[in-house]
Write a protein that binds this ligand. Structure first.
Ligand code: DLL
Length: 447
């Protein structure tokens, strides 16, 4: 198939290629495979004391799964279930079968660990190879991986995926931004792998050193690990002169490799032969309709060391089952608008930080660097959005600054339906991030 994606003014062309025909199976075959694998997963999960106890209590067994609808009879798993069985209480295989352990630090409490058998590691590399290929990676490319190599699944996960495709890796790891830029220039990296917020910072530092998009050798990038918006994609693409793809995953489920964009970049294809993704109303836990937002709940179908059933991700997104012109038959998920636990409730209105990002990036003169501070000085919530000005609009004319502030506040009101205070700050003064961005300070928790 010769489907291509080319934006006006860009020389990079993404040719549509499929790594594994499993991505393009007829829907009925996907369903058959999912059912068989769901039963295998239930059998493996019966070795995990947490699931065994529930299965016994509810009279569940692999044989009681007769159709995919029976998934709804299986229990949910939450982050606190994993924490309560710290460190490795969810293992379904003897410890000597474990080939590697990763973990997520989380923002509160103990980390959670996730384990892989050598078979799991092979599967993981294949899954990453799939989305990397769908987003343009070919054996001739040189990929700079600027995710931390460590417990975080981003570094090693993508590393083995790139190698599986046959491309070359520069395992730059996170941080040391000046060195990242020299590596990129000296080795002529074609592809960047990082969080979108780190890419934004890298691009900014390069630009400050007089290295513009034309001088950067990068052609395209695979970003993931945190929520970001279409407007942020445009800002980073412009700053670095690249074409950026989105990919999604979480350590509890495998790491990166759950889903990723194809050349058309209209939603992330879910690797449905390895995961069942449900989209549920977070309050009622009933399925929402196609295209409606809900919480993603994920069941692994092939993981051996730590099979996971109906994991409540807290990520809010929607599902699109419509066929994609790229030829893949898998369901696509939208961007993650945010995590339900990051959703701010401001005077009763639900707001995701990504809505504020979307609004302010639409205002010319506002830089894509911002911080949201929420407080409750008296009885009412107050939100202050600090936004950096672009150096070119920085002005000592009060009236100009005032109208920029007003435009940002108005745009936020339109998109997020809340009135906020906007503080314009000098260029390059807000914190930059080398991994996942932390843009919200909620003082109400302390007050
Ligand atoms: O962030 C795995 C990963 C690494 C995915 C690198 C993609 C690239 P955790 O540290 O466990 O794992 O964090 C998982 O990050 O539940 C989402 O809230 C968020 N997240 C990951 N990818 C995206 C994305 C890795 N593309 C949590 N868009 C998930 C929005 C994302 N949020």
């Amino acid at each position: 198939m010769t489907l291509m994606q080319q934006e006006p003014g860009q020389s990079f062309v993404v040719e549509n290629r499929i790594w594994d025909q499993a991505e393009a199976l007829p829907r009925s075959q996907i369903a058959d495979l999912q059912l068989a694998r769901l039963r295998e997963t239930a059998a493996r999960a019966a070795n995990v004391p947490f699931y065994k106890k529930i299965f016994e209590k509810e009279g569940l067994s692999p044989d009681s799964i007769q159709s995919l609808d029976d998934l709804q009879r299986l229990p949910f798993t939450t982050k606190s279930d994993l924490r309560e069985h710290y460190p490795l209480g969810f293992l379904a295989v003897p410890r000597e079968k474990i080939a590697r352990i990763h973990g997520s630090t989380g923002t509160t409490g103990k980390p959670t660990f996730v384990a892989y058998t050598s078979e799991d590691l092979k599967t993981w590399a294949e899954l990453c190879a799939r989305f990397l290929t769908s987003g343009g990676l070919r054996p001739e490319h040189l990929v700079q991986i600027s995710f931390g190599y460590g417990l975080f699944t981003g570094g090693f996960g993508l590393h083995y995926g790139v190698e599986r495709v046959g491309a070359s890796v520069v395992p730059a790891s996170g941080g040391n931004t000046e060195r990242q830029i020299s590596l990129m220039l000296d080795l002529k990296s074609d592809v960047l792998v990082s969080t979108p917020s780190y890419a934004l910072y890298l691009g900014e530092v390069a630009n400050q050193k007089g290295i513009g998009p034309e001088e950067l050798p990068l052609q395209f990038a695979h970003f993931g690990g945190e929520p970001w918006t279409e407007d942020m994609r445009s800002a980073i693409e412009k700053q670095m002169g690249i074409h950026a793809f989105n990919n999604y995953g979480l350590s509890e489920v495998i790491g990166p490799g759950v889903s990723g964009e194809c050349a058309l970049r209209d939603g992330m294809h879910i690797q449905e032969d390895h995961f069942i993704v449900e989209c549920l109303d977070p309050d009622t836990l009933e399925p929402v309709g196609d295209g409606e937002r809900g919480e993603l709940v994920i069941t692994s179908l092939t993981k051996q060391a730590m099979p996971i059933i109906r994991y409540r991700t807290r990520d809010i997104a929607s599902l699109n089952p419509a066929p994609c012109p790229c030829g893949r038959t898998t369901i696509r998920m939208s961007r993650v608008v945010g995590r339900s636990d990051d959703m701010l409730i401001i005077r009763g209105v639900n707001v995701f930080p990504s809505q504020i990002e979307q609004a302010l990036l639409r205002v010319e003169g506002a830089a894509p660097h911002y911080q949201i501070e929420v407080s409750r000085p008296k009885a009412l919530d107050e939100v202050t959005v600090r936004v950096e000005m672009r150096p070119e609009v920085f002005s000592d004319m009060m009236s100009k600054m005032h109208s920029l502030r007003e435009r940002i506040a108005r745009e936020i009101q339109i998109v997020a339906n809340i009135r906020v205070n906007v503080e314009l700050v000098d260029p390059h003064t807000l914190e930059r991030f080398q991994g996942k961005a932390k843009r919200v300070i909620d003082n109400r928790k302390k007050e």
